[in-house]
Design a protein around this ligand. Structure first.
Ligand code: IPD
Ligand code: CA
Ligand code: CA
Ligand code: CA
Length: 260
């Protein structure tokens, strides 16, 4: 099946899942904690991932699936076709705000991102990136309002734990920007960079499903994504990431190298 047919199926699944989430959101979410009291999962995170897994197994039997809630088989290498799913990104926002969360699905082949989809559920904003074919926002071609800007001319998002610990003097870096924003959803922070609302997003411990869809979208727009040390993302591990427009990326990388 070609990439556009895959894209159309993904959009259909995401829209169905989003409608179900909206319908069920005011019912008991059956919130549980995973690794610590702030690491939440709800029955809708699980049901949404199960729904995507069923669709993938139906249309693409045998293809690898890497999903946050890990119900079912998972992948140990990225050879061949692999789907990377975050059924609800920003679960704490979902539980506590009923807002500011996203559905994310990516399709990779031999470790290379082919399709990335992020849906801001409550804002009804659907971003789709296809490798080599650009990005769409709700079906329209998307380009950020500029191609590059230095860090002192815009806003920056930094993960809260990195900020509070002030690792590698990150507060000094933040001071160089026009201001700090923290959204609580990696997917929405990737989208805010893709929209040009943020010049950069820095986070110390993102999992493959936090990154995979946004990487396809942002890389299509010429936005730089790397680990803190400049190396490429490892889609089988947790990564410390810098996502930024080129000049800002360079500035952040330099600050990291000088202060780590
Ligand atoms: C989390 C969110 C959060 C980020 C965490 C992620 P989840 O994803 O994206 O903003 O700081 O690192 O784990 O667990 O809500 O899907
Ligand atoms: Ca989670
Ligand atoms: Ca999640
Ligand atoms: Ca996530």
């Amino acid at each position: 099946m070609d990439v556009l047919m895959r894209r159309d199926l993904i959009i259909d699944w995401v829209e169905t899942a989003a409608q179900e989430i909206k319908t069920q959101m005011s019912n008991d979410l059956e919130v549980e904690s995973k690794s610590n009291r702030k690491d939440l999962v709800t029955k809708l995170d699980k049901a949404t991932e199960t729904f995507f897994r069923k669709q993938i197994n139906h249309y693409f039997p045998g293809e690898g699936i890497l999903g946050e809630e890990g119900m079912g088989e998972t992948v140990e290498n990225l050879t061949g076709p692999v789907w990377i799913i975050d059924p609800i990104d920003g679960t704490a926002n979902f539980v506590l705000q009923h807002n500011h969360f996203a559905i994310m699905i990516a399709f990779y082949e031999d470790g290379l991102g082919q399709i990335g989809v992020i849906y801001d559920v409550m804002a009804d904003e659907l971003f789709v990136g296809i490798k080599g074919q650009g990005v769409t926002w709700n079906g329209h071609t998307w380009q950020p309002p500029f191609t590059d800007k230095p860090l002192d001319q815009g806003l920056l998002a930094v993960n809260g734990s990195l900020l509070m610990a002030n690792r590698w003097q990150v507060q000094e870096l933040i001071d160089q920007a026009m201001g700090l924003r923290i959204y609580g959803s990696a997917g929405l922070e990737f989208l805010a960079v893709a929209k040009g609302e943020l010049l950069a997003y820095i986070s110390p411990n993102l999992k493959p499903w936090d990154i995979a869809a946004g990487a396809v979208i942002c890389e299509e727009l010429g936005i730089k994504l790397s680990q803190f040390d400049g190396s490429a993302i490892d889609y089988l591990a947790a990564n410390p990431i810098i996502l930024a427009y080129p000049k800002s990326h360079q500035k952040i990388r330099h600050h990291y190298d000088s202060n780590k």
